[in-house]
Design a protein around this ligand. Sequence first.
Ligand code: ACO
Length: 328
Amino acid sequence: MPNRAVIQSIGMAVADRVMTNDEFEAIIDTTDEWIQTRTGIKERRIAEPGQSSSYFGIRAAKEALERAGKSPEEVEMVVCATVTGDYLFPGTACLIQDAIGAKNAGAYDLGAACAGFIYAAEAAAGMICNGTVQNAVVVGIDTLTHFVDWKDRSTCVLFGDGGGAVFMERQKDTERGIVATVMLADGSGARHIKIALGGSLNPPHSARGEAACGYIYMAGKEVFRFAVRAMADSCSRVLEKAGLTSDDVALFCPHQANLRIITAAADHLGLSMDRVFVNVHKYGNMGAGSIPVALYEAEQQGKLKRGDLVMTVGFGAGLVWGANLIRW
Ligand code: ACO
């Protein structure tokens, strides 16, 4: 039997501060009813100033290691999926690696927005299966609310802060682990979701930087249409790649951006909602953090058990999209 990259444990960390839809009514022209009907979101978690992505990533990674019964010295790689790293550089993975005491690990960031955890899980699984490393901590974390314009009602209600981490390691003679992955991109849609300021095109403290917007820009309608297509496309492809059908899937664990996108994807796949995990009502869109938090809560609630086939799917800025089939 070939090597498999098996998820042995999971941790999560979200911001403590709960912000309800009612609170938005005081700052923008919106209603709880509009937000719930259009997105399914009831409340989200908001990081305090200074609570950066590493702040949550460190907590989630520590919990994953504790639950796996592993010491930090045993970790060989830390991969952090994020588009809201603490700095342009150094990488947030390095900050996490240091804080958890993973003295013998490499560490790097991977930016694939809300599909980040899908990409990072596959990147780590590849290194694990081909023998480069024995194990990895894979973190998916974002603090998108630090970048929202609180006056822009079409984006500020959508996001929340937090994420999760898994401890993944090589095993032989097991059905468990990452079964199949698809990762796709269409950079022609890059303009639809972005933060224009801060990179090398529009650096801070430059004339171009002064003219660029430092808030999240999103063309909601375009992204919505793309998201529905992308969810269906990546799920169909990953199932076909594995020679499986949606009947084989015990739990569908999608990126939590919008309940309408999730139900459209479930419909397309012919999955009844009792096989679909949803927590977007509590957290909003946590970027790369949404999928690991959903996996964590699904496991805690007994909806995801060892040996179950779970399908994760994500989409986001890039544009990027993808799916993992995981034997839990
Ligand atoms: N409250 C009240 N009205 C609002 C609000 C609000 N919070 N936000 C927008 N509106 C208004 C708009 O201004 C518009 O008014 P108009 O017709 O007078 O111009 C009207 O509501 C309808 O707006 P739409 O954009 O058509 O609303 P839609 O039904 O498309 O829902 C939403 C908007 C929720 C943003 C949706 O398009 C969506 O979910 N898009 C996908 C977002 C997503 O999944 N992003 C993931 C990637 S993020 C990443 O990668 C970091």
